[in-house]
Design a binder for this molecule. Structure first.
Ligand SMILES: O=P(O)(O)OC[C@H]1O[C@H](OP(=O)(O)OP(=O)(O)O)[C@H](O)[C@@H]1O
Ligand code: HPA
Ligand SMILES: [Mg+2]
Length: 167
């Protein structure tokens, strides 16, 4: 269909769902780090969408060192050039070895491409992935089609809808 807005093919994710999926992501990453016993040094959330998954992941994997990188690539649903607004601690990051970089999703892959270029040895994890961006992510949980818009619970609210026969 060509007369459909991007958000009309929607994948609506509840708080419960993102919690479960973020936990599943954490379990996949357990003991996979380069440190002794497969530990990870730190979690770095790509703000803002990566912060909720990163918190859940850090809790599951018992990682207390959490930092952020702020990358902005979209105005609403329109993509612009990705740029870094705030970098994580440089001494902690190094080349990224042992660092888990977490985001809610990878779409075109532009955001992760930028972060990867800065920290090539980091491990990149997202909860959801679209096919175009998949080569940029090392570990993810669920794939959705490229023409699906993922709606996260922090962008939604419960609201009244007309009954089907009332329209
Ligand atoms: O793979 P890409 O095409 O780069 O898109 C994915 C990125 O876009 C969204 O963030 P956004 O820049 O909208 O900022 P936000 O997390 O603050 O909402 C999303 O949270 C990812 O970080
Ligand atoms: O499908 C999406 N949903 C929410 N934010 C996004 N940023 C890029 N793609 C998406
Ligand atoms: Mg984001």
């Amino acid at each position: 269909m060509t007369d459909r807005l991007p958000h009309e093919k929607g994948f609506h994710v509840s708080w419960d769902q993102i919690h479960r999926d973020s936990r599943a992501l954490a379990w996949r990453l357990d003991h996979q780090g380069p440190g002794e016993g497969g530990v990870w040094t730190a979690v770095v959330a790509i703000t803002r969408g990566g912060m909720a998954p990163a918190m859940i992941l850090a809790r599951e994997l018992d990682i207390r060192v959490v930092d952020t990188i702020s990358v902005k690539s979209y105005d609403h649903q329109t993509q612009a050039e990705a740029h870094v607004l705030k970098a994580p601690d440089a001494a902690m990051m190094g080349d990224g070895t042992g660092i888990l970089v977490v985001d809610d999703l990878v779409d075109s892959g532009k955001t992760l491409e930028l972060v990867r270029s800065l920290y090539p040895k980091a491990h990149f994890a997202t909860v959801y992935a679209k096919p175009k961006g998949r080569p940029m992510v090392d570990t993810y949980v669920t794939e959705v089609s490229q023409d699906t818009w993922i709606f996260f619970p922090w962008d939604m609210a419960l609201q009244y809808v007309e009954p089907y026969r009332g329209r």
